[in-house]
Write a protein that binds this ligand. Structure first.
Ligand code: FAD
Length: 333
């Protein structure tokens, strides 16, 4: 059993107990992957093909964020695009075929202060020599009437993903930060008009991004405005806007609503264990290395900028290769 540096009392007792057991009775995994989105499954495929016999915990959303979308047109390899849930189903089958041990559970506790690291689910406790975190992020939505029902039918959280579906359309972007400006500017490549709707009387975006938005002829701005409802049968047709300065409500016909009010990374388990940035994304160096040796991060959980399926898959690949090198360098394979 490896050296214990520090850990919670409960986990310390657990590891002491394991120390007293015959070493051969205690299985220490090479690597555990948290998450079954594009990052986690790709990490799994590469780790399995490097003989690491990885265990992958799916979390509560097997397949990740793409399972809540419809058409994905920008993932290479599918000439006519592919439905998000179908893509993730194929990826999961590929992972199983190459030997990833996929377990339909979530990590509910992770102790990175012990070594080997401890990962607990509702039903099991694992010891592992390395960890790949691919727990993703969740786009924040408004929680208003019509938003969920019309998701993928005019409501979107990703201009890069869905902008091309809205050629010559009139769109709304909700938000006031850099990502809202970026989304609006990107959408002007396709749309006839883009209205940025923001509840406050000024943006918090950087001045350079604001300037670009103000200068763009296709962009209109509505300050002091909140979307209260998104209307439409099978596609977005209009929104109800509340003007909080003049205290009045009105309906605006529109073809699409892009919500750009930020993302919440799934990093609660790692608070006080790994360095996180001011928005709680995992800080990485050299692409996948977290602040703890032997712990790697991939995908949206450590990427506040690109947030794409293909970039997540790519970093998942790198995380698995980095993990293999780490285990080799430590003579743990
Ligand atoms: C509506 C929508 C449409 C999109 N469309 C596109 C598109 O067309 N093209 C594109 O490239 N990108 C698109 N994206 C973005 C893309 O889905 C993400 O960039 C990508 O899924 C990120 O992959 P990931 O593996 O990092 O994380 P995710 O896909 O977020 O997966 C995270 C995984 O971690 C698991 N997890 C969380 N907590 C735990 C835990 N405690 N223990 C174990 N597992 C855990 C979850 O269950 C999930 O399986 C879209 C996103 C949304 C929301």
């Amino acid at each position: 059993m490896k050296l214990i540096i520090a850990c919670t009392t409960e986990n310390l007792i657990y590891v002491i107990y394991l120390n007293y057991m015959n070493k051969t009775d205690v299985k220490i995994e090479n690597t555990i992957i948290l998450g079954s989105g594009p990052a986690g499954l790709t990490a799994g495929i590469y780790a399995a093909r490097s003989n690491l016999e990885p265990i992958l915990l799916t979390g509560s959303t097997p397949g990740g964020q793409l399972t809540i979308t419809t058409e994905v047109e920008n993932f290479p390899g599918f000439e006519n695009g592919i439905m998000g849930p179908v893509l993730m189903d194929i990826m999961q089958k590929q992972a199983i075929n190459v030997g990833v041990n996929i377990i339909n559970e979530s990590a509910i506790e992770v102790d990175l202060k012990t070594y080997p690291f401890i990962v607990k689910t509702q039903n099991q406790t694992f010891l592992t020599n390395s960890l790949i975190i691919a727990t993703g992020a969740s786009a924040k939505f408004l929680g208003i009437d019509g938003e969920n029902r019309l998701m993928g039918k005019g409501v979107s959280g990703c201009a890069t993903c869905d902008g091309a579906f809205f050629r010559e359309k009139n769109l709304i972007v909700v938000g006031g930060g850099d990502s809202a400006m970026e989304e609006a500017l990107f959408l002007t490549k396709f749309a006839s008009s883009v209205t940025i709707v923001h509840r406050k009387d000024s943006f918090r975006a950087s001045s350079i991004m604001q300037e670009r938005a103000f200068k763009n002829e296709k962009i209109k701005i509505l300050f002091n405005s909140e979307i209260k409802k998104i209307n439409g049968e099978n596609k977005v047709e209009s929104v109800i806007i509340f003007d909080n300065k003049h205290n009045k409500e009105y309906t605006m016909p529109i073809d699409g609503v892009f919500i750009a009010i930020g993302h919440t990374p799934n990093t609660k388990l790692f608070v006080n264990q790994l360095d996180l940035d001011e928005m709680n994304f995992i800080k990485v160096q050299n692409i996948t290395n977290t602040s703890k040796e032997g712990v790697f991060a991939a995908g949206d959980v450590s990427d506040p900028k690109y947030k794409q399926a293909i970039s997540s898959a790519g970093i998942g690949c790198i995380a698995a290769i980095d993990t293999m090198h780490y285990l080799e360098d430590k003579n743990l394979l």
